[in-house]
Write a protein that binds this ligand. Structure first.
Ligand code: HMG
Length: 328
C-alpha cells in the first residue's frame, strides 16, 4: 500500500496534483472516520501575531479563498481590545466586508460581553470564547484569573443564548504553559466540562505552545473524555516541536473528529512568546486524504491560498506540503 502511495507521489510531484486521496477500500487502516471537520483559524490565529499590519482587504480575500477551497468553518477575527492585539483592530470591517456563503460557519473570537456586543453589531452568528488551564497564562492573556474568566464566560454565554449566537469554547495551555510549565490534565478536564455544561457546542483543546507529544495529548484526552464526550472535542495543535500531526493521529484514535489548523502554518499567540503557528491546513489535509478521510477541502486550492497569504505578508510557508508544491 505504502509503495503505491510513494510511487504515486513521485509521479505527480512537483505538479499540483499531489492530493493523494485514497479510497476507504484502499486504506489499510479500517477504523478511521469517513469525514473530519477542519476548523481554519488562519485569519485570526495566523494573523494576530504578525508584526506588519495586514490590510483588511487581504484578510477578506484570504477568508474568501479559504471558503472557495472548501473550508466550512473559519475563524475570521477577534473582538478583543485593540490595545492588546492591534492586529485585529479592523474586526468590524472584516466582518462587514464578507460576502457570506450560506453553509459556512464564520467564527469570531470574543473574551467578554463587550466583545460580544461588538460582534453582535456586525451580525456575527458564531463566537469562540477562550479560557486557559493555566492561572499565569489567563492573567497574561486576558488580565484575569481562571475563576474570573469563567464568570466572564458565563455572562457571555447567557447573552449569546438569548441572542441565538452559537458559542465555541477554547481551553489554552492543555499540554503546557509558557509561564508555569506542566499543566495538570484534570484542570483541563474541569474547564472543558465547565464550557460544555454552559452550552458550548464544541470545546477546542489548545496546545498553545506546541509542547505536546502523543503521550501528553493522550493523557489530556483520557481525562477530558471522562467528563466531555469525544465528539464535542476539537484539537488545536501548534507545531513548535513538529508534533502536531502525530498528536492529531492520537486524537483520531481517541475519537476526536474536529481539528483546528492554519493555512501556511501561520500563527502564534502574542502572550506565548516563542510558540510557532498551528499545524498547517495543507499538511493536515494531505495527511487526512492520504488516510482515506475526507475533509471537503481541495488541497490544490489550499496550497495556492497558503502561497497567496505568505507572499502577501512576506513570509515563507511553515508547511512541508506548500514548500513541496509550486503555486499555479
Ligand atoms: C480581555 C481583555 C479585553 C481584558 O483587558 P482589560 O484591560 O483587563 O479590560 P478592561 O475590562 O479593564 O477594559 C480596559 C479597556 O479595554 C476595553 N475593552 C475591554 N474589552 C474589550 C473588547 N472585548 N474589545 C475592545 N475593547 C475592550 C475597555 O473598554 C477599556 O477601554 P478604555 O476605557 O481603556 O478605553 C484583554 O486582555 C484582551 O483583549 N485580551 C485578548 C488577548 C488575545 O486576544 N490573545 C490572543 C487570543 S487567545 C489565543 O490565541 C489562544 C487560542 C484561542 O488560539 C487557543 C490556543 O492556542 O491555546
Amino acid at each position: 500500500m505504502l509503495d503505491v502511495l510513494y510511487k504515486t507521489a513521485a509521479n505527480v510531484l512537483p505538479s499540483l496534483k499531489a492530493d493523494i486521496t485514497v479510497t476507504k477500500q484502499d486504506s489499510c487502516i479500517r477504523n478511521w472516520p469517513n469525514f473530519v471537520k477542519v476548523v481554519e483559524v488562519g485569519p485570526r490565529d495566523g494573523l494576530q501575531n504578525e508584526p506588519k499590519n495586514v490590510p483588511t482587504n487581504v484578510k477578506v480575500d484570504l477568508i474568501n479563498r479559504l471558503v472557495d477551497a472548501g473550508v466550512r468553518d473559519v475563524e475570521t477575527t477577534s473582538f478583543v481590545s485593540a490595545k492588546w492585539v492591534p492586529q485585529m483592530g479592523d474586526n468590524k470591517e472584516v466582518m462587514r466586508s464578507l460576502q457570506k456563503v450560506p453553509d459556512v460557519n464564520y467564527v469570531a473570537l470574543v473574551p467578554n460581553v463587550k466583545g460580544l456586543e461588538s460582534a453582535e453589531a456586525v451580525q456575527t452568528e458564531t463566537i469562540a470564547l477562550f479560557l486557559a488551564a493555566s492561572e499565569s497564562f489567563s492573567k497574561k492573556n486576558t488580565n484575569c484569573s481562571i475563576d474570573e474568566s469563567m464568570e466572564r464566560a458565563s455572562a457571555v454565554l447567557e447573552r449569546a443564548r438569548k441572542a441565538g449566537i452559537r458559542v465555541r469554547g477554547y481551553v489554552s495551555c492543555v499540554c503546557g504553559c509558557p509561564y508555569e510549565g506542566k499543566i495538570d490534565p484534570q484542570k483541563v478536564a474541569q474547564i472543558s466540562k465547565f464550557l460544555y455544561d454552559e452550552g458550548c457546542y464544541e470545546i477546542s483543546l489548545g496546545d498553545t505552545i506546541g509542547v505536546g507529544t502523543p503521550g501528553t495529548i493522550a493523557a489530556v484526552l483520557a481525562e477530558v473524555t471522562k467528563l466531555v464526550p469525544a465528539e464535542k472535542i476539537a484539537l488545536h495543535c501548534h507545531n513548535t516541536y513538529g508534533q502536531a500531526l502525530p498528536n492529531i493521529l492520537i486524537g483520531l484514535q481517541m475519537g476526536v473528529r474536529v481539528f483546528d489548523s492554519s493555512v501556511g502554518g501561520l500563527g502564534g499567540c502574542p502572550y506565548a512568546q516563542g510558540a510557532s503557528g498551528n499545524v498547517a491546513t495543507e499538511d493536515l489535509v494531505y495527511m487526512l486524504h492520504g488516510m482515506g478521510i475526507q475533509t471537503g477541502i481541495d488541497l490544490n486550492k489550499i496550497v495556492n491560498t497558503a502561497h497567496f497569504i505568505c507572499s502577501a505578508i512576506g513570509k515563507d510557508p511553515q508547511s512541508n506540503v506548500t514548500r513541496a508544491l509550486p503555486r499555479v
